[in-house]
Design a protein around this ligand. Structure first.
Ligand code: FES
Length: 167
C-alpha cells in the first residue's frame, strides 16, 4: 500500500510547506500528518508516515517520533467515534476517573480499546486545554465540557449512529 494525497489535500499540503523557508519544510509535519490522518480514516498507517517523510525530506524515524508523541495522531485504527478523556490533574480532580468508568461500563470496553463494531474507541489523553470547564472529553473534533457520569451516558446514547468521522 502506498499513500498519496487527494488533489485537494495535495494543494493544502503544498500551501503548508510554502509557509516555511526553503530547507525548513519539516516544520510543516504537524499539519501534513493531520491532513493525512483525516484522509486515511482517522489513523496513520506506516506507508502514510513514509509518504509524509519523503515529501518533507525527513528521516522516517523523525516523522514517527512526532506521530507517536502527540495523542492527536493515531498509529492504529480508531472507531467512528474516538472518545478522548482528559486525565490530567484538573480533570482528574473533577471526576475524570468516574467519566472513564462510565464510558467503559456503557461501551463494555477498557480504556485503550475499540468496540467490536468499530464504532467507539476510548482513550485517555493529557490536558486538552479546556481545564476551566473540567472534566473534559473530546469526541472526534468536538469538545464536551463540565461532564458528569449522567451527562456522559446521555451523550453516548445520543450520538448519531453514523458518526461525524475524523476524516
Ligand atoms: S486538565 Fe483537562 S482539559 Fe486541562
Amino acid at each position: 500500500m502506498s499513500f498519496i494525497y487527494t488533489p485537494e489535500n495535495q494543494k493544502k499540503a503544498d500551501a503548508y510547506i510554502k509557509q516555511y523557508p526553503k530547507g525548513r519544510q519539516a516544520s510543516a509535519v504537524l499539519p501534513l500528518l493531520d491532513l493525512a490522518q483525516r484522509q486515511s480514516g482517522g489513523w496513520l498507517p506506516q506507508p502514510v508516515l513514509e509518504a509524509v517523510a519523503e515529501m518533507l525530506d525527513m528521516p522516517f524515524i523523525k516523522v514517527l517520533e512526532v506521530a507517536s508523541f502527540y495523542t492527536m495522531f493515531n498509529l492504529k485504527p480508531v472507531g467512528t467515534y474516538h472518545l478522548q478523556i482528559c486525565g490530567t490533574t484538573p480533570c482528574w480532580l473533577k471526576g475524570a476517573e468516574d467519566l472513564k468508568k462510565a464510558c467503559e461500563h456503557h461501551l463494555k470496553i477498557k480504556t485503550g480499546e475499540t468496540t467490536k463494531d468499530q464504532k467507539f474507541t476510548l482513550s485517555e489523553v493529557e490536558c486538552l486545554g479546556a481545564c476551566i470547564n473540567a472534566p473534559v472529553m473530546q469526541i472526534n473534533d468536538d469538545y464536551y465540557e463540565n461532564l458528569s457520569e449522567a451527562s456522559v451516558a446521555e451523550l453516548l446514547k445520543n450520538l448519531p449512529s453514523k458518526g461525524s468521522s475524523n476524516a
